[in-house]
Ligand binder design. Structure first.
Ligand SMILES: [Zn+2]
Length: 323
């Protein structure tokens, strides 16, 4: 008799550890390496193992009566974080741009070491800061039929000009929604053709990165927009990608406030709090009008707008000047 997963099981005399693993299906569930957003980056990186009497067994011994086999599943790990310092010269908006206005200093970006996805950004000024008394609302991952019209309706009703980073293939499917954004005076930016996130955007082959930007700009232009801004999926960028975007005439815009409104189970209340507790003059706020159920974002939006106005701040859009 041996104990397997807590149950007494008979095994034939001379049975080995490997035989028991096969016969009783002792296959650990593998653990994944996750990116900073919790998505699998390298699936199955931790295979897990089976213990014999509490020790990780790597050989194939003959089992003895009374021994205990236990399955230890692999564990999920999250990639490491790296901090990147980007010097921002005075007199021009940074590229990538994290906030509205101009100030010399360093932009400190914390991102996933493997995915390059941005977790947080902090600006450390080294000279006089000229931050306008404005913030920018930006909406990613649309146009999205279930949400974009509601977002537009709220913005129109409250008189807010915002920026929409549209996904190319979604714009092709619903050019009418992009046209509505333009007719309402919104800024329409490029958010890649089909929003690739695995592997992270900056790790894609250069040809693919270039075509993701080019196809989307062409599609948006055909609909009547003149995109001058680009936001890479997940905020994942590299120096080469910044240069390629500049070659194609689009400035890269990231954000400084991220309420993670895409997170399953989040609430309007949590989104409102996350925005209003972090917002300051010049903030660029990341929200989503597409990519899934964004009803919490829609419910949060009027409260976000009123809260920001109560702080004495107005609404603007990222700098559209050349790189
Ligand atoms: Zn996105």
């Amino acid at each position: 008799m041996v104990t397997i997963r807590g149950d007494q099981r008979p095994v034939p005399r001379g049975a080995t550890f490997d035989m028991a693993v096969r016969v009783f299906g002792l296959w650990p569930a593998p653990g994944d390496l996750l990116d900073v957003q919790g998505r699998p980056l390298r699936p199955g990186i931790d295979a897990g193992y089976v213990t014999l009497d509490g020790r990780h067994e790597t050989g194939n011994p003959v089992l003895r009566d009374g021994q205990v086999l236990r399955v230890v599943d692999g564990t999920d790990r999250t990639e490491a974080l790296t901090h990147v310092v980007i010097p921002v010269p005075a007199g021009q908006p940074g590229n990538p741009q994290f906030f509205l206005g101009n100030a010399p200093g360093d932009q400190i970006v914390t991102r996933g070491a493997l995915s390059g996805e941005v977790v947080s950004t902090v600006f450390r000024a080294s000279g006089p800061v000229h931050r306008p008394q404005r913030v920018a609302l930006t909406f990613d991952d649309g146009p999205w039929p279930a949400t974009t019209p509601s977002v537009m309706e709220i913005l129109r009703r409250l008189g807010v000009r915002a920026t929409f980073f549209d996904v190319g293939y979604l714009a092709r499917a619903r050019p009418d929604l992009v046209r509505q954004e333009l007719e309402a005076g919104m800024v329409v930016g490029n958010h890649s053709w089909d929003h690739p996130i695995t592997p992270p955007f900056r790790e894609l082959p250069r040809k693919r990165i270039a075509s993701e930007i080019r196809r989307t700009s062409a599609e948006l232009e055909a609909i009547g927009a003149a995109p001058q801004l680009f936001r890479p999926p997940g905020g994942s960028y590299s120096p080469w990608m910044l240069r390629e975007a500049a070659r194609q005439g689009v400035r890269v815009v990231l954000w400084s406030v991220d309420p993670r409104d895409w997170q399953p189970g989040t609430t309007a209340r949590r989104i409102v709090h996350a925005v209003l507790s972090h917002v300051r003059p010049g903030s660029i706020i990341l929200l989503h009008d597409g990519g899934g159920d964004r009803s919490a974002t829609v419910r949060a939006l009027p409260r976000i707008i009123r809260g920001i106005r109560k702080m004495g701040l107005a609404f603007g859009v990222p700098s559209l000047t050349a790189n």
